[in-house]
Design a protein around this ligand. Structure first.
Ligand SMILES: Cc1ncc(COP(=O)(O)O)c(C=O)c1O
Length: 478
C-alpha cells in the first residue's frame, strides 16, 4: 500500500520519497529549534498532506486523539469491507505479523508486545496482573491520569496495597535529577513493590525521566510501570534501552492508529538495561489455555501472544495500527520526535514572549523533561489562574471564536487526593494536584491549558495561536 521500495508514503497529492528522508537532523540547534524547523518544515508540510484533518480549525491536540493517515484509513476501510463480505476469518492479518511491525519501531522483542484496546486497558491489565501482597506499597507520581488513578485505587483496595505519591517539581528550571530525588525519598525498601508514572504526564506534559526512574527502581527491587499514552508516536521509543518493566501505550493518539488500539509492553527477558528477574505477572485477559496460571514466565513463553489472544477482535484496526507504526518507522521516529520537540520549544517561546515565563506550567529548560505537550496559562492573576469556570470559558471561546480545540484542567477530581484525606480541601477544582517534593505537603499548581505540537503542524500555526490567545485574554480581562 505504501508502494514498493523507495517510496516512503504514496497517496494522492503526496509523494514523500526516501531521498526526502535521507538526512534527518540529529538535534535541535539554536534556541527554539529554528535551524531544525527551517530545514524540516518543508518535509513535514508534505507529511501533513497525508491527514484529512479539516482546515476549518487547527487541530493541536494529538494528546486527545490522533488522526489516521490517509493510506492507513484507506486500507483500514478495505479491511472492514473484506471482513463484512466474509466474516469467518478471525484475523485479517496474523497478530504476530502486526506485533512484529510494532515491536520493530518500539525497540522491543515480538514476544514483549501485546495489542491492547488503549492505554487505559493496558494499564488496567498491568496493575491488576502484578503479584500484590497485603501491605505492599505502590508509588505513583501526583500527575497520573484519572482512568489509571481509578485502577490504582481499585487494586489498592482489593489487595490491601498502600498508595504513596511523590511530588514533581514544576518550576521552569526543574532538572530531571530533582524528580529522581523526590522519588527516591518516597521509596520504602522492602515495602515499595511497584512504581507507576506517566511519560509524558497528562495534566502538563512533563516527560518524567523514565530511564533514571528505571535505574532507581532496579536498585531498590521495585517493578516499573509507565503510562506512555503520549509516548508512542511522539518519541523515538527504544523500550529495550530504557529499562522499564511494563508500558501501556496509546495506539490512537500520537501514533495515529485507529481508536480503540493500544500497545502493552511486558519486558520478557533480562536486558542490559534491566537485568533484574522478571516480575511475576498474572494474565488477566487471555484465551491461552496453556499459559502459566501462577504468574511465572517459563523460558520461551510468548507472553505478548498470550496477552493478544482474547475473543474475536475487529482485526482490521489491529492491522491499521501496525501500518501506522510501519509508516512512522519509514519516516524515521527520531526525525518525527525531533520535529515535534522543536515545534513545542517554538510554541513555548512564543507564549513566553507574549505572556512571560510564568505562563508556562511545566519544566521547560531541561531537555530530558520536555515533550510535545505545552502546558500554559496566559492569565497573570491568581483569581483567573485558579478559577475553573473562567478557565472553561477561555477554552470554550478559543474553540467557538477561533477554532482551536485545547485541553484544560488537571486531574478532574483531584487525582489520588480526595475525601476523607484531610488534604483534599486544599486542592481546588481543575488544579494539578501536585505535592511539595521535599515535605510532601499539598502544592497544587494553577489550572493548565494544553496544546500539542503534532507533526502535521508548523510554526505558523503557533504564531496564529498565540496571537489569538492574546486577543482572547484582552477580551476576557478587559
Ligand atoms: C496520560 C494518559 N494516560 C491515559 C490516557 C487514556 O488514554 P487511552 O484512550 O489510550 O486509554 C490519557 C488520555 O488522554 C492520558 O493522557
Amino acid at each position: 500500500m505504501f508502494g514498493a521500495g523507495a517510496i516512503a508514503i504514496s497517496v494522492p497529492n503526496l509523494n514523500l520519497r526516501a531521498e526526502d528522508n535521507t538526512t534527518p537532523p540529529k538535534s535541535v540547534s539554536g534556541p527554539g529549534g529554528g535551524t531544525l524547523l527551517d530545514r524540516e518544515e518543508p518535509f513535514f508540510a508534505k507529511f501533513a498532506k497525508s491527514f484529512i484533518i479539516s482546515g476549518e480549525h487547527k487541530y493541536l491536540v494529538a494528546s486527545q486523539k490522533g488522526s489516521m493517515p490517509i493510506p492507513v484509513i484507506k486500507h483500514f476501510k478495505e479491511g472492514l469491507d473484506q471482513i463484512a463480505k466474509d466474516p469467518f476469518p478471525v484475523y485479517i492479518e496474523p497478530s504476530e505479523v502486526t506485533r512484529a511491525k510494532i515491536a520493530k519501531g518500539y525497540g522491543a522483542r515480538v514476544d514483549e508486545i501485546a495489542i491492547a484496546r488503549n492505554t487505559t486497558d493496558a494499564i488496567s491489565q498491568i496493575l491488576s496482573g502484578i503479584d500484590w501482597r497485603q501491605g505492599d506499597e505502590i508509588l505513583c507520581s501526583t500527575l497520573e491520569y484519572p482512568n489509571c488513578v481509578a485502577t490504582v485505587r481499585r487494586v489498592a483496595a482489593r489487595f490491601g496495597v498502600t498508595v504513596r505519591q511523590f511530588g514533581v517539581p514544576l518550576r521552569p528550571d526543574t532538572e530531571a535529577e530533582e524528580i529522581t530525588d523526590s522519588t527516591r525519598r518516597c521509596i520504602k525498601p522492602g515495602k515499595t513493590k511497584a512504581m507507576f508514572f506517566s511519560c509524558p504526564t497528562q495534566p502538563n506534559g512533563v516527560a518524567l525521566p523514565a530511564r533514571r526512574l528505571a535505574d532507581l527502581a532496579q536498585q531498590n527491587g521495585v517493578i516499573t510501570i509507565v503510562d506512555g499514552a503520549h509516548y508512542g508516536g511522539m518519541f523515538d521509543p527504544r523500550l529495550d534501552e530504557i529499562g522499564i518493566d511494563f508500558w501501556g501505550i496509546s495506539g490512537h493518539k500520537w501514533q495515529c492508529g485507529p481508536g480503540g488500539t493500544g500497545i502493552l509492553y511486558v519486558r520478557n527477558a533480562l536486558l542490559p538495561s534491566n537485568s533484574t528477574p522478571l516480575p511475576r505477572f498474572n494474565l488477566v485477559r487471555s484465551g491461552d489455555l496453556d499459559a502459566p496460571t501462577d504468574g511465572s514466565r517459563p523460558a520461551g513463553f510468548d507472553i505478548g501472544a498470550a496477552l493478544s489472544l482474547y475473543g474475536f477482535p475487529e482485526s482490521a484496526d489491529w492491522r491499521a495500527l501496525g501500518e501506522s507504526c510501519a509508516m512512522w518507522d519509514r519516516i524515521g521516529r527520531e526525525r518525527i520526535q525531533n520535529y515535534i520537540l522543536a515545534l513545542a520549544d517554538y510554541a513555548r517561546q512564543k507564549l513566553i514572549a507574549a505572556f512571560g515565563e510564568q505562563s508556562i506550567l511545566q519544566p521547560c529548560r531541561d531537555p530530558e523533561l520536555k515533550s510535545g505537550i505545552v502546558a500554559f496559562n496566559p492569565f497573570p492573576k491568581p483569581e483567573h489562574r485558579r478559577n475553573l469556570k473562567f478557565s472553561e470559558e477561555f477554552k470554550s471561546r478559543m474553540f467557538k471564536e477561533c477554532g482551536y480545540h485545547i485541553g484544560c484542567g488537571g486531574l478532574g477530581r483531584k487525582g489520588l487526593t480526595r475525601e476523607p484525606d484531610p488534604d483534599a480541601a486544599v486542592f481546588f477544582d481543575g488544579c494539578i494536584p501536585n505535592r511539595d517534593p521535599i515535605t510532601n505537603k499539598p502544592d497544587p499548581a494553577d489550572i493548565p491549558f494544553r496544546i500539542g505540537t503534532p507533526a502535521w503542524c508548523n510554526r505558523n500555526d503557533y504564531n496564529r495561536f498565540v496571537d489569538d490567545c492574546r486577543e482572547m485574554v484582552k477580551k476576557m480581562t478587559g
